[in-house]
Design a binder for this molecule. Sequence first.
Ligand code: 6GU
Length: 222
Amino acid sequence: MKIDAVTIFPDYFSPLQLSLLGKAQEQGLVEFGIHDLRSFSTDNHNTVDDTPYGGGAGMVMLPEVWGKALDPLMTHETDLIILTPAGKRFDQPMAASLSTSQHLVFACGRYEGIDDRVRQHYEGKNYRVHEVSIGDYVLGGGEVASLVMIEAITRLIPGVLGNPESLAEESHNEEGYLEYPNFTKPSVWRDLEVPAILLSGNHGEIAKWRAAQAAERAKKNL
Ligand code: 6GU
């Protein structure tokens, strides 16, 4: 999978070199391209934004600059993701769906967002465009939201996880991906005992207990 991100803060994406994502890149399972939006600006001040038509607070990112940045990246295999708190909520099914894409482009808005004609233009040319939010709170921009999405999506690409059983277990779980509580050594820690069922060796009963615990946890955290 190829993943491009367009941003005025390329340094936000340095964590892509770490851990699971860094390894996936070394193995050739995913390739990242980080593009500085400012390099596509057309004036001496490297302007990327201007005041909103109709008035109001804040600044809006210029469509001309975004068009210049996105045109060379877009193909009809591309899923263009526009990060905005007004977008569709990102969740595990969306991560699974995007993990089968050939090419993701993350357009990271800052300020009050990107001129809406950027979305209109690429939708009108029959590209796949998704406005996405990662939750009901407001971030300073789409960079951190992109990192969240990239991590959730790339770990679903075959070969990225060292132990694919952890993926199988997530999807077999009744709640989809909300897990049961986990325990490891020692069997007693600060007077707290590991549930005896987990030491029983009875795999059928252990599976039942875990399913019940996952369901209870999901209900409590709703
Ligand atoms: Cl994608 N962008 C911004 N600026 N804030 C957010 C968000 C995105 N998702 C949740 N809050």
